[in-house]
Design a protein around this ligand. Structure first.
Ligand code: COI
Length: 355
């Protein structure tokens, strides 16, 4: 159990007004949660303090070898005034999987949840209520030893910041255009692809810039070995409806195990739809598209929620899916997932946690 010290800001910022479109990840609340780690002492000095810049030694290990992890989850305001979290246990479990993979000390799950609840409670007034908005929660850990040798750090900072957000993509729920990347790769099995660490995101930038220049929102990655099989979209997992079946790449060590991905799978199964978690090649997709069997495609993620995909491009081939519109199942999943998150629809046991 944490004993959180609280230092309130003396200069609160104005809350965003209702007409603010809340561009993703640009506004931050008044406070942040901070906790230190030191080998021999463990996690300690848990506190909520005014949101502020950090002072770090330029030799801090995070700047040189990227020993850092992050998570992303959201808080919602229900109509009855409750503040709700969506499946925070899954994010905490994944956070500690990431920690183990990159040699960061784990944080006990109860303490992690207590920290999230405490900072969200503190800045509850910042939770936006317009449809499609929420309070994005970004926990992260950085290695802070001032040292230029390569080894795990002995000191860390665990921080949680909060940001009121709208849609991740400027398109909102309108279908996005996705570029299947065949030159660069994001991750390989045995690497850190399934961990939520900055390394995976910096590896994606070059291809993302290329895709943006061509008018595409995001990159769909192929496997790093054969460059044949679909993996994920970097900011979200990917689903296809092919000839009535829901198909999504199987978690193979280089794909992020998304919380929204797992929720889509569970919901589709509960609706009696056949779900296949398996290898799916780009060739299979093109063939399905050519035969009119690629019925829908959508991405799933905390930030992106459910994001319909209207166009897929690989090399010179471009496919339009669901007539470039929002597929029926994508819409149903969006309505159900957001309905559960907002406490309007009853979800499976334990999915919604009250702050
Ligand atoms: C999330 O969906 O929460 C993520 O962390 C993806 C990030 C690229 C915004």
């Amino acid at each position: 159990m944490l004993n959180i010290r609280v230092e309130k800001t003396t200069t609160p910022k104005p809350l965003p007004t209702a007409d603010n479109p809340l561009k993703f990840g640009t506004i931050f609340t008044d406070h942040m949660f901070v906790m230190n780690y030191e080998t021999g002492k463990g996690w300690h000095d848990e506190r909520i303090v005014p949101y502020q810049p950090l002072t770090l030694d330029p030799s801090a290990m995070v700047f040189h070898y990227g020993q850092e992890m992050f998570e992303g989850l959201k808080a919602y305001k229900a109509e009855d005034g409750r503040t709700l979290l969506f499946r925070p246990d899954k994010n905490i479990e994944r956070a500690n999987n990431t920690n183990r993979r990159i040699c960061i000390p784990e944080i006990p799950a109860d303490d992690f949840l207590q920290a999230i609840k405490a900072i969200v409670k503190m800045d509850e007034a910042w939770i936006p209520t317009k449809p499609g908005t929420s309070l994005y929660i970004r926990p992260f850990i950085i290695a802070t030893d001032p040292f230029l040798g390569v080894r795990p750090s002995d000191t860390y900072l665990f921080i949680i910041i909060l940001s009121p957000v709208g849609a991740y993509y400027p398109e909102g729920l309108n279908p996005v255009k996705i570029w299947i990347e065949d030159e660069y790769v994001r991750a390989v099995r045995g690497g850190v692809g399934e961990a939520k660490t900055g390394a995976n995101y910096v590896a994606s930038l070059k291809a993302q810039v290329k895709a943006h220049d061509e008018g595409y929102s995001q990159v769909l990655w192929l496997d790093g070995v054969e460059r044949k099989y679909i993996e994920e979209v970097g900011a979200m997992n990917i689903f296809f409806k092919i000839d009535g079946k829901i198909v999504t790449p199987k978690l193979n060590g280089s794909i992020l195990p998304g919380v929204t991905r797992d929720s889509c799978i569970q919901l589709c199964k509960s609706w009696g739809l056949p779900v296949e978690e398996r290898r799916v090649s780009a060739d299979e997709l093109f063939e399905a598209a050519e035969n009119g069997k690629l019925e829908e495609c959508w991405g799933s993620g905390t930030a992106a929620v459910i994001s319909p995909v209207g166009h897929l491009r690989c090399e010179d081939k471009v496919f339009q899916i669901a007539d470039g519109g929002i597929g029926e199942l994508s819409q149903k999943l969006y309505d159900t997932v957001t309905g559960i998150q907002l406490g309007k629809i009853e979800g499976p046991e334990g999915w919604v946690v009250t702050v």
